[in-house]
Design a protein around this ligand. Structure first.
Ligand SMILES: Cc1cc2nc3c(=O)[nH]c(=O)nc-3n(C[C@H](O)[C@H](O)[C@H](O)COP(=O)(O)OP(=O)(O)OC[C@H]3O[C@@H](n4cnc5c(N)ncnc54)[C@H](O)[C@@H]3O)c2cc1C
Length: 468
């Protein structure tokens, strides 16, 4: 490694290279998954695509593993350098290169923080819908690599729907542009679809062309309280059947609601068993009526209380309570396992019923919240014992496996939006058969024949696939 570090210093500048002599390097061995730490040998803070090309070329030449990293907010260990080597950080690539309100596109570097992009385009009357709860600190490059979702995916879809084109630096020492700037186009194979969600295992994104929408002129937000999570879940089906298409439909169970209150305070009334945060948008005219009718449907579904945000400040407070669920739960226990299962919409009530049974079968507190409009539930298993203790570790493994079995039985999927990374890699065979995994290995090998780019992520190592 010393030779490689020296060459990196020479070629990208010594300020850009952090080594084990720098305390700051420790940050690059962890992310929000709670896994690790996995110490890197060095981190390179690339400022442009040329620097990314250099790092990949050196890694390829010397056989050094290289792990792309955006803001490190990932929940599945995707940015962890599990085999050491180089962490390639895009955090310094924060330029918004273009916002074009005629073409309705933005061109950005990968390190741009999602919330910053939203503020910039909103100031021009435009709208970038993907809104992961981590939007204040996650990056667009990381969102693309994980195909991030968020509450607004219910109406607007996930990150993939907003990436028109990409520039990607490859292990082959080429930089490819693919995709388009037009709103539609079917020329050649859809490489954008293949790279979005590839979790930094195919190439490093150095630029993204994003689709924008006109900003909806008005938004209304309401919070509905229900006696049970299942009743809150039922409300979604009723709203859809009654012809509503809210832009968000977020659920929080009692544990999630109470933990936010204990840790940070909350506008959600105490004693609430389940809450749904529902938002509609559109033209100002008629939106109040639509909200009132929606409120009536929610009443019909069994809500005990419906609170409408009266102004932007109240709206922000409600959303803050939702965004603080994950950090509050993390702070409230010794160890948290965050699952991110997704089931077909019509199976969500059955999934909630099965999670209730799991809660009784295992000695853990389980919090359940998430993007219920999409059937995407964040099931958080909270553990106050030592997670390394063999008995506790076996119970954590057992509850996770049971959760995944139920998910697959209901024809759902292991991850709705966080990705597979390291955390779920070895569970992949529960959902995908050997032929499908083998084809994905071939695909990975095509982009990265030496298996140096984010090695050990997404695809189970054949002999270690112990969960089949
Ligand atoms: C409190 C909290 C709330 C969250 N809420 C949501 C949510 O609502 N929805 C959701 O989808 N996720 C959510 N997440 C998870 C996380 O924020 C997302 O997965 C996000 O997209 C990760 O972005 P990042 O920049 O932090 O990427 P990182 O964590 O740095 O990396 C994630 C993956 O992307 C790869 N990568 C990063 N940049 C590049 C690049 N330029 N080229 C190639 N590969 C790259 C990495 O190798 C890694 O595999 C949440 C996380 C937290 C902590």
């Amino acid at each position: 490694m010393p030779d490689i570090i020296e060459r990196l210093r020479q070629e990208v500048g010594s300020k850009a290279v952090l080594t084990r002599d720098d305390e700051a390097l420790e940050d690059y061995g962890v992310d929000e998954s709670g896994l690790g730490p996995y110490p890197a040998d060095c981190a390179v803070l690339c400022e442009n695509a040329e620097a990314v090309d250099i790092v990949l070329a050196l890694a390829n030449e010397t056989g050094t593993p290289v792990t792309p990293r955006g803001a490190g907010s990932g929940k599945v260990g995707g940015a962890l350098p599990i085999h050491g080597g180089i962490v390639l950080s895009t955090e310094k690539m924060q330029s918004i290169l273009e916002v074009d309100s005629d073409d309705l596109i933005a061109v950005v570097q990968p390190g741009v923080i999602t919330g910053d992009l939203q503020s910039v385009v909103e100031a021009q009357g435009l709208f970038y819908p993907p809104d992961p709860a981590s939007l204040e600190y996650c990056s667009i490059g990381g969102n693309a690599a994980a195909n991030a979702g968020g509450p607004r995916a219910f109406k607007y879809g996930v990150t993939r729907e907003y990436i028109l084109g990409m520039e990607v630096s490859l292990m082959s020492q080429e930089r490819l542009h693919f995709g388009r700037r037009t709103s539609k186009g079917v020329t050649g194979y859809d490489l954008v679809a293949g790279f979005v969600g590839s979790e930094g295992t195919f190439g490093v994104t150095t630029e993204l062309t994003l689709r924008l929408l006109p900003q909806p002129p008005a938004v209304q937000t309401l919070l509905a309280i229900f006696p049970t999570l299942a009743e809150a879940g039922n409300a979604i089906g009723l709203l859809l059947r009654n012809g509503f298409r809210p832009r968000t439909m977020e659920l929080m169970d009692k544990t999630a609601i109470d933990t936010v209150r204990e840790q940070n305070g909350s506008p959600i009334p105490s004693g609430s068993y389940a809450a749904a945060l529902v938002e509609i948008d559109g033209l100002e005219e008629g939106l109040d009526d639509a909200l009132m009718q929606m409120g009536m449907s929610i009443d019909e579904a069994g809500a005990t209380d419906v609170l409408v945000a009266q102004n932007e400040q109240e709206r922000r407070r409600l959303w803050q309570a939702r965004r603080l669920v994950s950090p509050s739960l993390t702070a409230a226990c010794r160890h948290k396992v965050s699952e991110d299962i997704c089931v077909p919409r019509g199976k969500m009530i059955e999934m909630i019923r099965r999670i209730e049974i799991l809660k009784r079968e295992f000695p853990f507190t389980v919090a359940c919240y998430g993007h219920a409009g999409d059937g995407n539930l964040h099931v958080n298993i909270l553990c106050d014992e030592d997670p390394e203790h063999p008995v506790v570790a076996a119970q954590l493994e057992a509850i996770t496996r049971r959760l995944f079995e139920h998910t697959i039985e209901l024809r759902g999927t292991l991850s709705g939006e966080h990705g597979i990374g390291l955390a779920k890699r070895d569970y992949m065979p529960m959902e995908q058969g050997p032929a499908l995994l083998a084809w994905q290995r071939k695909w990975k090998a095509m982009w990265d024949p030496k298996d140096l780019l984010n090695p050990g992520k997404v695809l189970p190592i054949a002999s270690r696939a112990c969960h089949e």
